[in-house]
Ligand binder design. Structure first.
Ligand SMILES: Cc1cc2nc3c(=O)[nH]c(=O)nc-3n(C[C@H](O)[C@H](O)[C@H](O)COP(=O)(O)OP(=O)(O)OC[C@H]3O[C@@H](n4cnc5c(N)ncnc54)[C@H](O)[C@@H]3O)c2cc1C
Length: 269
């Protein structure tokens, strides 16, 4: 989140300890977890890509370390015992004191495993969001997302003005993973099914975005998902006139074979 970007607004950083109010499968591969607790007081989120760091208990010892945020708003990600991953704020309901996170159900890492086993009463540490990106004024938005970015895409489609023009390409495993999304009437939502291809291993998003003919006007393009699969998409969108930092945001949310990918690390090629 570059401090110089005028579209970025920072929030005070705070660590919270929340309790699982409910946990259940939204689709066979997506788990919805609703968190609650007095600690949610003052929680803020404004835009679709707002995300938090979730802090999980150690899988062997059960020790649950939480970050300590100093008076300067900083925390030490190398503090011993911290086990954290990035997740999108799917929904925040301040009146009900609820924070909803949608987890891809997989057993390759501690976050995916925690979600599969989560039960009401379990505790989860939550840090952030650190801030938000406000969108520029545009005529249309183009989104490309795999299932890790589906929570952000779905939130965005639901929160867009009802007369917004949006084109969303959403890659999931199969038709059983499609979710109902309350999108604007003018939104064109296209579900892409990987079928037998592994997650992150198909080039469905790339083919769909290459085949997209932009309408007249200025667009904002956002794509998120498996970092390697996004590279040709980033290049294509740049070549098509979208500008990084202004009308283009391509964000690697995970990378096959990498533990806890740092999505802030430069990945511009
Ligand atoms: C800004 C941001 C927002 C995100 N929002 C969400 C969200 O709302 N929901 C969500 O589910 N994910 C989201 N992610 C992705 C999530 O942080 C990663 O998938 C994370 O690696 C999961 O942690 P883990 O402990 O399960 O796996 P890790 O320990 O990080 O990785 C272990 C292994 O699992 C593989 N792996 C990681 N994720 C997946 C996956 N989804 N499918 C298959 N293999 C995988 C890795 O490549 C690695 O080989 C987001 C990421 C970012 C950067």
């Amino acid at each position: 989140m570059p401090a110089t970007d005028p579209r970025v607004e920072f929030y005070p950083l705070r660590a919270r300890l929340l309790t699982v109010a409910s946990a259940g499968y939204l689709t066979p591969r997506m788990i919805r977890i609703t968190l609650t607790g007095d600690d949610l007081d003052g929680f803020r989120t404004d835009n679709y890509a707002d995300h938090v760091k979730l802090f999980f208990p150690d899988e062997e010892t059960g020790r649950h370390a939480l970050p300590e945020v100093g008076a300067d708003g900083r925390w030490n990600m190398r503090d011993p015992g911290l086990l954290y991953r990035d997740y999108t704020v799917r929904r925040h309901d301040p009146d009900a004191a609820e924070l909803t996170i949608d987890f891809v159900a997989h057993d390759h890492g501690p976050a995916g495993r925690w979600a599969r086993a989560a039960r009401p009463g379990d505790r989860l540490g939550v840090l952030g969001p650190r801030g938000t990106h406000h969108l520029p004024d545009v005529d249309y938005v183009l989104m490309g997302a795999d299932e890790t970015a589906l929570p952000a895409a779905a939130r965005w489609l639901e929160e867009l003005p009802r007369d917004a023009r949006a084109y969303a390409f959403l890659e999931v495993a199969d038709p059983g993973e499609e979710q109902h999304i309350d999108a604007p009437d003018n939104a064109v939502v296209t579900w892409l099914h990987r079928d037998t291809d592994p997650s992150g291993g198909a080039n469905l998003l790339e083919r769909a975005i290459r085949g997209f003919t932009p309408p007249v006007g200025t667009g904002f393009a956002w794509c998120a998902g498996e970092a390697t699969a996004l590279k040709p998409i980033r290049r294509h969108l740049r070549d098509s006139g979208f500008e990084r930092g202004r009308t283009l945001d391509v964000d690697g949310y995970w990378r096959r074979g990498t533990v806890n990918l740092d999505h802030h690390a430069a990945d511009d090629d």
